[in-house]
Design a protein around this ligand. Structure first.
Ligand code: WQD
Length: 402
């Protein structure tokens, strides 16, 4: 990849061949960014990037590499002039993280540390970090907004996300040139409407929707619903499911925000918009859960005000604000597939909370971002992806029109 134009400003996307990464790369190309993807392909398939190039008609520089290997990182930072990084690369199975915590801390925390140190050396100080709603632990408000306290997190995976957020808050407080957007995903689901891109979970899925898909394909006998005695509309767990394409546009909006910060930084002034935002009001009650706890003013740890010497470290929730219970998801998938989905109620899963839905007002206010896809879209797009790619990227593409 030495023949690229060295004056060109590139965005490095780590983990960019993965489920959320590849959908984000597609939207970045559509927004005319020049992209380099670095991925170790442990939980990704290069075919995903081939599909992105096909759908956008644009090309991607791909570098196979591992963020835990500083040599791999040095090579790519020597070869390209980056102005920003979007950091997805991580392993993310909650259950597995309790079995092999050292692997999770090595890959997710040490790997991130290597990446940030190399970024610092090459003066690349604009970063979008894919974080997770799991950093809120047992939320002290519902829907959750960015003023909610962080932790305690109930699993090593979630702790790696919290630790990396804390590292980034310290980096921003130490150096005014760093600008960071922490994007806290709620429950990513769905697939590109073309049916050409989607999630390829390995083994028995931990997450609900991939599990439901396996049952619909006849690979698993029935959905096990983890508890029906929660304080929710029908007793089953309520979550904020967000379409992967909405997550992708959220990352483009965050990158645009960093471009704004960068140019303001160059002019040595921060615009009014970069001063602490007005205290976000909790959104109205969701379809299945209502909030009674008032939100408190943004603590400075969440948002460095323009008065502080530090750079900007801004956290945003990426969710829809609408909660769906497990039973509601099952009926939405039955409607989208016109099939019956067998299930049985079993005991609660360790570490689960009853309700977790987002207040994404701040991302709308400050990033101008809004989720566009409905639950019906999420179900329909997932099923189209599954029908056309019964074995994910490993198998043949079935030409099965709707
Ligand atoms: C959703 C709901 C379960 C499976 C996790 C991670 C979080 C993030 C998103 C990475 C819950 C219920 C599930 C099943 C079920 N990942 N369920 N039967 O736990 O909200 O979040 O994925 O960032 O960090 O914690 O998602 O899909 O596992 O569960 O009843 O077979 O479905 O109890 O209510 P979760 P999930």
């Amino acid at each position: 990849y030495m023949d690229h134009n060295s004056k060109q400003r590139y965005v490095l996307v780590t983990g960019g061949a993965g489920y959320i990464g590849s959908h984000t790369v597609l939207e970045l190309l559509n927004a005319d960014y020049s992209i380099v993807v670095m991925d170790n392909l442990v939980n990704a398939n290069l075919e995903a990037l081939a599909r992105v190039e096909y759908l956008t008609g644009k090309s991607i520089y791909f570098v196979e590499g591992d963020i835990t290997c500083e040599k791999d990182l040095e090579k790519v930072f020597q070869a390209f002039h980056f102005w920003a990084v979007i950091h997805f690369a991580a392993i993310k199975a909650v259950g597995e993280s309790t079995q092999i915590p050292l692997e999770y801390y090595h890959n997710n925390v040490t790997g991130s540390l290597h990446l940030f140190r190399v970024m610092n050396r090459y003066k690349v100080k604009n970063l979008v970090f894919s974080s997770s709603a799991t950093v809120y632990g047992e939320p002290d408000m519902m829907p959750v907004n960015e003023t909610a306290s962080l932790g305690p997190v109930t699993n090593p995976y979630g702790r790696t996300k919290l630790f990396v957020e804390e590292m980034l808050r310290d980096v921003c407080a130490s150096d005014p040139d760093w600008n960071v957007c922490l994007l806290r995903f709620f429950n990513p689901v769905g697939a590109h409407p073309s049916g050409l891109m989607g999630e390829c979970p390995q083994g028995i899925p931990n997450n609900l929707l991939p599990y439901v898909i396996r049952v619909l394909q006849g690979h698993l006998p029935c959905v096990q619903i983890f508890g029906s005695d929660y304080d929710t509309v029908d007793g089953t767990g309520v979550r904020d499911y967000i379409h992967v394409c909405d997550l992708a546009t959220g990352h483009v909006a965050a990158l645009k925000r960093l471009e704004g910060e960068e140019s303001e930084g160059k002019r040595g002034v921060r615009s009014a918009s970069s001063s602490p935002s007005p205290t976000p009001q909790p959104s109205s009650s969701t379809t299945t859960a209502t909030s009674s706890i008032e939100s408190s003013p943004l603590p400075s740890s969440t948002r460095s005000s323009s008065l502080r010497q530090g750079g900007h470290c801004m956290a945003y929730n990426l969710g829809t604000g609408v909660g769906y219970s497990v039973l509601e998801i099952i009926s939405a998938m039955e409607k989208a597939t016109q099939k019956t989905i067998p299930y049985k109620i079993v005991e609660r899963r360790q570490g689960d909370v009853g309700v977790c839905t987002a207040d994404a007002t701040l991302a709308n206010l400050e990033l101008g971002w809004k989720p566009l896809y409905s639950m019906d879209d999420m179900c329909r797009d997932m099923w189209r992806w599954t029908r056309r790619n019964p074995n994910g990227y490993d198998g043949p593409l079935i030409d099965d029109d709707d």
